[in-house]
Design a protein around this ligand. Structure first.
Ligand SMILES: O=CCCC(=O)O
Length: 516
């Protein structure tokens, strides 16, 4: 895929980039390796200070960053703004909690002293997808940088300007050179980067195919990998549920991010006692969705990120109908009935689509559907729901709607997934571990679990000296004064490093708002 921004709502080519030459790539790897030696020596309080400045930058630039994401991959502006603020919250969370996550853990043994300390692994390659162009990266970046690791980002080829913006934000926040760099490289160059001995580990969020290939190489190289791959999450509705809430949330859980989220609800498993009513109300609510220009505040469903995403949906609809499914709404590329702006490119739009009655053993019933395509299934009871929920290669999340505590306990135990949410849609949260099992991947992101994936839990045993309580605290460096919420520009950092330029002068946003 060429490295280029192409607005999927208009078809307009925004910018193209050349991939790094081998020489350029080498100098970035050398810089990362150098940073891996010096950056972990920065006191944790200093790292937290930079991380909070990064949060402030995100908050201050939220509108520009949101517009950039919407232009590059079509998510609605409203959701893009929320995504930027979620990144800021992630930065603040790790700035506040890294000291406790990284604190040495004393362990009682027959030795005078024994404890575990958590040391960074070094340079971590992050291969990231386009669907949440900022959040997917910050979910890795915030814990990694707080832990003293170094980040190299290979972002999806269709969001290069977001990738460059993230690097610029990190630099402008004051983090030293080389701590986080974007590599504008093609997919085929990833193998060489991962093989480089200066790279210690890799994290991949993306397709099963990409995860499989990279993890196979990482395994052979004996490098740590974390995989966050696809999902075919069930949304289970049982008779004790509040049906109004279930229907409203079912629509949102399917259409989140234009339907392009690994944790979007994809298969709707509804108890036979309430099935007919749910189907009628769900289809009506899906049809009422406002489709169109993602820059409009009122739009609820924007375009797919690229034409191939539309073709994949067309193929899946055809397979579902051929297998015996009933098409209840949507199903053909275009805006559907509720478009607000038909001047956009119909090629990348796909309307809310519902199919019922697909046989459970049809291949398409077990696949991930990455767009606004929902499949409805009738289930007899909680055991039937669990069996069908688990009948896919994936195991990412599940959203279950029931107010019966026994059913909740049985579902929490029986569902094969990295998380189960009751009476709420599945969502990631910096405080909670996030990740999957089966073909959805392995390892966890977020919370202390996510930070520890790229740490060396080093056992230390000492005979005949002081106890761990007497060891110097990791947080001994005096905490810098927190900045006010609306921070002035970062002049002190500009003076300290002449390469550190204000975000707009990196040409990330083209013309600034003031010049329009
Ligand atoms: O595509 C996966 C969802 C990412 C998230 O919400 O953290």
């Amino acid at each position: 895929m060429p490295i280029q921004s192409l607005n999927p709502a208009t078809g307009q080519l925004l910018r193209s980039f050349d991939a790094l030459t081998p020489e350029q790539l080498e100098s970035k790897l050398a810089l990362a390796a150098q940073a891996a030696v010096t950056y972990p020596l920065e006191p944790l309080g200093q790292r937290a200070f930079w991380m909070r400045r990064l949060a402030i930058q995100l908050e201050n630039d939220a509108d520009d960053l949101a517009a950039l994401m919407t232009a590059e991959m079509g998510k609605t502006l409203r959701s893009a703004r929320a995504e930027v603020l979620k990144c800021a919250a992630g930065c603040r969370y790790y700035a506040a909690n890294a000291d406790s996550f990284l604190a040495p853990e004393p362990i009682e043994s027959e030795h005078a002293q024994s404890y575990v300390r958590y040391d960074p692994l070094g340079v971590v390659l992050a291969v990231m997808p386009w669907n949440f162009p900022l959040w997917q990266v910050f979910r890795f970046l915030a814990p990694a940088l707080m832990a003293g690791n170094i980040g190299l980002l290979k972002h999806a080829s269709n969001v290069p300007q977001c990738a460059l913006a993230i690097e610029a934000l990190v630099r402008r926040a004051g983090f030293p050179r080389g701590v986080f760099q974007t590599l504008l490289i093609e997919a085929r160059q990833v193998e060489a980067v991962l093989a480089d001995k200066r790279v210690a580990a890799v994290t991949v969020t993306g397709s099963e195919a990409a995860g499989r290939a990279i993890a196979a190489q990482a395994g052979w190289l004996i490098k740590k990998s974390v995989l966050e791959l696809g999902g075919s999450d069930p949304f289970i509705v049982l008779p004790s549920a509040d049906l109004d809430a279930a229907v409203t949330n079912a629509v949102q859980a399917r259409l989140i991010n234009n339907g392009q989220s690994c944790i979007a609800a994809k298969r709707f498993l509804v108890h036979t006692a309430i099935y007919d009513e749910f189907e009628t109300r769900f289809v009506a609510a899906m049809q009422a969705t406002v489709v169109g220009d993602p820059m409009r505040e009122t739009t609820e469903l924007g375009p797919m990120a690229m034409p191939s995403a539309v073709s994949a949906l067309v193929t899946q609809v055809q397979a579902a109908v051929a297998a015996g499914g009933r098409l209840l709404c949507g199903g053909r590329p275009g805006f559907g009935e509720n478009a607000v702006d038909t001047s956009a490119v119909p090629g990348c739009f796909f309307p809310p689509t519902v199919i019922a009655g697909v046989p459970r053993d049809a291949a398409v019933a077990k696949e991930e559907t990455f767009g606004p395509l929902a499949m409805l299934f009738r289930v007899e009871d909680v055991e039937d729901a669990i069996e069908l929920a688990n009948d896919t290669p994936f195991g990412l999340g599940a959203s279950c709607w029931t107010n019966d505590p026994e059913e909740q306990e049985r579902l929490a135990e029986g569902i094969q997934a990295g998380c189960v949410f009751f009476n709420a849609p599945v969502a990631s949260d910096p405080r909670l571990p996030f990740g999957g099992i089966k073909h959805s991947g392995y390892g966890r992101e977020l919370s202390s679990a996510g930070m520890r994936e790229f740490l060396n839990a080093k056992t230390v045993v000492v005979e005949g000296v002081a106890s761990p309580a007497d060891q110097p605290s990791l947080f001994e460096h005096p905490e810098p004064e927190p900045l006010p919420a609306m921070a002035p520009p970062m002049e002190p950092f500009l003076e300290r490093d002449p390469d550190l330029l204000p975000l707009r002068s990196h040409s990330i946003f083209g013309r600034s708002r003031g010049s329009e």
